[in-house]
Design a protein around this ligand. Structure first.
Ligand SMILES: C[S@@+](CC[C@H](N)C(=O)[O-])C[C@H]1O[C@@H](n2cnc3c(N)ncnc32)[C@H](O)[C@@H]1O
Length: 253
């Protein structure tokens, strides 16, 4: 069941407020401005925050593969969430997230430098996991950790689909088996779609109700699909998904 946030919270999630909040966290010197990549994030944050807002009221949020933690920071600032844990493996970005969080009075954010695949980095009792542009296998590691913890809500946006994605080899084997055209753009789309299918069925088999929706137009980012997964436990959907998932991951006979 989705949470209905107060209208005044939703009203403050527009791009102008996101930009102002980003400035408060990241712009440290008079006369300087946001980095180009932060400016590009503004519509993405304005797109994902209303989805986050409708999960729970002040949940324990994990911002995974967080970079400089724009999502976690915006959740604290604009949604007023008070329990935010950030996981980022790259030390410079983790330190930058920590400094940004320290700049805002009254905001508590626990920044953990580590790998999202490492169970020890994760807090107990996470209620919402968000991963915006979790690259390659990071998407899968976030999903696996969230599923293992039965986290009620998972909001994840993949970006690059590298060969490091665990299922990529089997997806390519399916492409060969079915005689998919060898022209690179056709084959790539097929393989990426199978990778996305495996991810979706994996979540469903674990008892999540999954929707996949554009959270911004593709002109903002080509990686504009958000997996929104809400755990509602075992049932017929999960059983059917498990059966389809098993066939898929076995690969062609
Ligand atoms: C494309 S950036 C997105 C960052 C942030 N979520 C955002 O939207 O601005 C991906 C981030 O995930 C981090 N990352 C990738 N794999 C990771 C892993 N296995 N564990 C932790 N962080 C990871 C990278 O260091 C990078 O900062």
């Amino acid at each position: 069941m989705n949470y209905a946030p107060p209208p005044e919270i939703l009203a403050r999630l527009g791009e102008a407020n996101v930009e102002e909040a980003l400035r408060a966290f990241y712009v440290t010197r008079a006369g300087s401005s946001l980095r180009p990549e932060e400016i590009k994030k503004i519509p993405q944050l304005a797109g994902i925050l209303p989805v986050l807002a409708r999960t729970r009221r002040d949940p324990l949020l994990v911002d995974a593969a967080a970079g400089r933690a724009p999502v976690g920071l915006m959740a604290a600032r604009l949604l007023g969430w008070s329990k935010v844990v950030v996981i980022e493996r790259e030390p410079v970005r983790a330190a930058s997230a920590r400094r940004a969080a320290a700049r805002a009075a009254g905001i508590q954010i626990d920044v953990r430098e580590g790998d999202v695949g490492d169970a020890d980095v994760w807090p107990r009792g996470a209620e919402v996991v968000v991963a915006l542009h979790a690259c390659g296998p990071a998407f899968d590691e976030v999903v696996d950790q969230a599923m293992a913890r039965k986290v009620p809500w998972v909001l994840a946006v993949p970006c690059c689909y590298s060969d490091a994605v665990g299922f990529a080899g089997i997806a390519r084997a399916w492409a060969d088996h079915l005689g998919v055209a060898s022209q690179a753009p056709v084959r790539r789309r097929f393989v990426e779609s199978l990778v996305d299918t495996e991810r979706t069925l994996r979540l469903e088999a674990c008892g999540y109700r999954v929707s996949v929706q554009a959270f911004v137009p593709p002109t903002v980012t080509p990686h504009n699909l958000l997996w929104k997964a809400h755990r509602d436990g075992p049932g017929r959907r999960a059983t059917e998904a498990e059966e389809r998932w098993s066939r898929l991951v076995k690969g062609p006979e």
